[in-house]
Design a protein around this ligand. Structure first.
Ligand code: TYM
Length: 329
């Protein structure tokens, strides 16, 4: 019999969750939890690497916990916890800042370059060394697999390097985790600019469908989504990036083959196609929004409290081991 694997992943409470989070990450988590030991975090210390509103951060952390559950993460099977509740994460990240990770690694991170743009000297140090905290998140739990969207792959690769370097210097301490990125849906693009990733930090709310968008809002956003020049509903990411992105979303949320959709929409205009896509998206949203509205804040707090106790026991044990091998204990 196969031994259960340890799965770890997380989301930052830095904005509204959107369908990209579901398609790229959460959908895999739901499937994985049946056969594995899963740990899903709400990584709130990552969310303070940029400007933030304290009240909103608190609200969004609970919102994510409720969304995890409403979408199908079962707190009886999986551990759900808030990163800031377990200080072992920040302690281990300090150790990795000193052992295992170099400035040159972090300077290569494309997400840092994208987020900092031409203000690299002015952004917080936290934004720069955020992948180090992510490595600590993952390595504290002897994680086997990290299911993430495309944009996080580089950070998991760095995590692997950190684990290997640490093990090399101090002896076998960390498991080297594998990244799990889907073949399709790992990078859902913005509705307003199909060359950019759909992102919760985007100021233009029309660029994403939030998981908590009301049906009429979702429909309007899809209507407003940019289309490509010309006509025809074809999956040609280079020539028709906007329609190809919409087709991928349709195929994924509607559980249909893209080839089949191309046939069905052969002689159909963009307007009618978008209308049908809106029906599919709304049906998907309604499936869990109902459940979401039935979960109270205190229920979510209770789940996070239980998750904290379970995760803490694992994390603190690992941190003790690390402290011993580096000679501070
Ligand atoms: P975050 O909060 O930006 O995103 C959470 C997850 O959603 C995926 N994702 C997408 N997938 C497809 N298309 C998109 N447009 C899209 N946008 C987001 C992300 O790839 C991610 O899997 N640093 C991480 C959070 C983190 C973490 C960790 C993840 C902290 N520690 C440890 C895994 C393991 C982040 O900011 O993800």
């Amino acid at each position: 019999m196969n031994k259960k694997k340890i799965i770890f992943s997380g989301i930052q409470p830095s904005g509204e969750l959107h369908i990209g989070h579901y398609i790229g990450a959460i959908e895999q988590w739901i499937k994985l939890q049946n056969e594995n030991n899963c740990i899903f975090s709400i990584v709130d210390y990552h969310a303070i690497t940029v400007n933030h509103d304290p009240e909103l951060l608190k609200k969004r952390s609970l919102e994510i916990c409720k969304l995890y559950i409403a979408m199908g993460i079962d707190p009886e099977k999986s551990i759900i916890f808030k990163q800031s509740d377990i200080s072992a994460h920040t302690e281990l990240s300090w150790i990795f800042n000193c052992k295992g990770c170099y400035m040159s690694d972090l300077k290569k991170m494309t997400q840092f370059k994208d987020k900092a743009g031409d203000k690299q000297e002015l952004v917080s140090v936290g934004l720069f060394n955020y992948p180090v905290l992510m490595a600590a998140d993952i390595l504290l739990y002897d994680t086997d697999i990290v299911p993430v969207g495309e944009d996080q792959k580089q950070h998991v690769e760095l995590t692997r390097d950190i684990a290997k370097r640490f093990n090399h210097q101090f002896g076998q301490t960390f498991k080297v985790p594998e990244v799990m990125v889907k073949k399709e849906g790992a990078r859902v693009m913005s509705l307003s600019d199909p060359y950019k990733k759909m992102s919760k930090s985007e100021a233009n709310k029309n660029s994403y469908i939030a998981l908590l968008d009301a049906p009429d809002v979702a429909r309007k956003k899809i209507k407003k989504a940019v289309s490509d020049s010309g006509s025809g509903i074809y999956y040609l990411p280079d020539e028709k990036p906007a329609i190809s992105n919409l087709l991928s979303i349709y195929a994924f949320l509607g559980n249909r083959e893209i080839k089949r959709l191309e046939k069905d929409y052969k002689d159909v205009g963009y307007g009618d196609f978008k209308n049908d896509l809106a029906d599919i998206v709304i049906k998907f949203l309604e499936k869990f929004q109902d459940k979401y509205s039935q979960i109270s804040d205190s229920q979510a707090e209770e789940i996070l409290e239980k998750g904290k106790e379970k995760a803490k026991a694992i994390a603190e044990k690992k941190l003790e081991e690390v402290k011993r091998v580096i000679g501070v204990k």
